[in-house]
Design a protein around this ligand. Structure first.
Ligand SMILES: NC(=O)c1ccc[n+]([C@@H]2O[C@H](COP(=O)([O-])OP(=O)(O)OC[C@H]3O[C@@H](n4cnc5c(N)ncnc54)[C@H](O)[C@@H]3O)[C@@H](O)[C@H]2O)c1
Length: 448
């Protein structure tokens, strides 16, 4: 299958190739190569300017943490953590900005300029409502008396990411007389974002939607790219849609109340971004992991920005995940099996993904696609990030096999996996791997 990306020009730094069974990131072009289109802006909260047009431009500012090497940064890196960075998700008439900065919720115009209609339904949960709901309502309504805000406060937890909870959102939307011109606003982590987005995408066949993510996981991953979903007892995220928001607003100050365990969980997705696409970013993480764990605002802001850039690039190229976007699922097939196997909410998403990345790396090593040094580096950074590196004992070989067989990446009965291949920063999405070697990996991680 040749993807519709052939119009992009060759970029000597990063290109992708496509074949019927495999999608690969590589330093050299194979079948097709594409230039990563890039738009990123930095500004004060009161205005913005375009400062970067290339993914691999050199950083121009210094920050009080180890700087990334010149080939891995971008001109949008800010020396002042309160400055605003805008990452653009380039999707034609569905393009939207991701605003990143400290204190952004104090500046109402970011949210207000993206409102459609006069009614807003804020979807949040019991934990976040007490922390940030008033702030968001103020940002929506300050000097804007025409706007009326309704709220629905859901129970907190992955185990509530289901049809029953979704119905509470619809119930509130209907009782509040929302219509197609109303806006749904997700205030919370990935669970709220996924559910609110799915509700917005289906309510009256589609209402507007804004993301205000409050976990690292949601800020670096789930609030960008338009994937929405709820879980089914048989599998994670099996019911959902692709539906892009009007904007994503990341106020990094919200992370001050996030627990250490949730912080680490989010860092798993940051580490993933380096592993699949950006060796320099991964090296920067190795050098700055302590700053990230300490919530150093400069380090956190840079990690969020770079992760959003990587995600935005992949989404812009392949919104519906027909090819290259799938590499963002590195570690997720194994990880989703763990989340489902132990029961939703027992393990945090990022914890399961961390183990999934270790298992995928093990398979890559057994296939001879990467060397042992890289596997060791993956173990080391995950351990430093306080993430697990082996599955819980209750996960058996048969459980992995059975749950992985209903993964969304199964096509025509064959499981496709994202595996590392080549030097750090390269990976492949493929069904072309030895299935017995996969069994060897699973057996090596399972006692039974
Ligand atoms: N749509 C996507 O592309 C995508 C990508 C990655 C993950 N996800 C989904 O995201 C979910 C995981 O997201 P998550 O890790 O954010 O979990 P989460 O939404 O459950 O949030 C984690 C916990 O932190 C609390 N919390 C949130 N913000 C807080 C804050 N600022 N201060 C204090 N507590 C706060 C929440 O109430 C919750 O208890 C999973 O369901 C996963 O499938 C989706």
């Amino acid at each position: 299958m040749i993807m519709a990306f052939s119009s992009y020009n060759f970029n000597p730094f990063l290109s992708f190739s496509f074949s019927s069974t495999t999608t690969t990131t590589t330093l050299l072009p194979r079948l097709y190569s594409i230039k990563l289109k890039w738009k990123s802006r930095t500004s004060t909260p009161f205005g913005s300017k375009v400062v970067g047009s290339s993914i691999r431009s050199s950083p121009t500012q210094s920050i009080p943490v180890e700087s990334p090497s010149p080939s891995g940064g971008s001109k949008t890196m800010t020396s002042n953590s309160s400055a605003l960075t805008i990452v653009e998700v380039d999707l034609g008439n569905r393009s939207y900005p991701v605003y990143i900065g400290s204190g952004l919720l104090h500046h109402p115009h970011f949210l207000q300029k993206h409102l459609v209609g006069k009614k807003v339904l804020v979807v949040t949960n019991t934990t976040i409502a007490s922390l940030y709901l008033d702030k968001v309502i103020d940002a929506l309504t300050r000097d804007n008396p025409e706007i009326s805000v309704e709220t629905v406060i859901l129970p907190d937890g992955e185990k509530y990411k289901n049809m029953e909870t979704l119905m509470k959102v619809f119930q509130q939307a209907i009782e509040s007389r929302l219509d197609r011109r109303s806006t749904f606003l997700a205030l919370g982590g990935g669970v709220i974002g996924d559910m609110c987005g799915f509700a917005a995408s289906t309510f009256m066949r589609g209402a507007s939607f804004i993301q205000v993510p409050t976990t690292v996981m949601a800020q670096v991953d789930s609030s960008v790219g338009g994937k929405t979903a709820i879980n089914h007892p048989l599998g994670k995220n099996l019911i959902g849609s692709f539906y892009q928001p009007q904007c994503t607003l990341i106020d990094t100050d919200t992370l001050t109340t996030l627990s250490d365990r949730e912080l680490s969980s989010g860092l798993a997705e940051v580490i993933k971004c380096g592993l699949i696409m950006d060796a320099d970013f991964f090296k920067w993480q190795e050098e700055n992991i302590n700053a990230l764990l300490a919530k150093n605002p400069h380090a956190i802001a840079y990690a969020i920005k770079r992760s959003c850039e990587i995600k935005a690039q992949l989404v812009s190229l392949d919104e519906m995940e027909c090819g290259i976007r799938a590499i963002l699922n590195f570690g997720h097939t194994f990880g989703h099996a763990i989340e489902n196997g132990v029961g939703y909410g027992q393990w945090l998403h990022g914890e399961a993904i961390a183990v999934g990345m270790v298992m995928a790396a093990d398979l890559s090593l057994r296939l001879g696609w990467i060397d042992e040094t890289l596997v060791k580096r993956i173990h080391t950074i995950l351990e430093h990030a306080r993430l697990p590196t082996s599955p819980p004992q209750c996960m058996t070989f048969e459980m992995f096999k059975s749950i992985m067989s209903v993964d969304k990446k199964v096509a025509d009965g064959v499981l496709r996996l994202v595996l590392l291949k080549g030097t750090l920063g390269n990976c492949t999405f493929t069904s072309d791997y030895d299935k017995e070697t996969l069994d060897e990996t699973l057996r090596s991680f399972c006692k039974f």
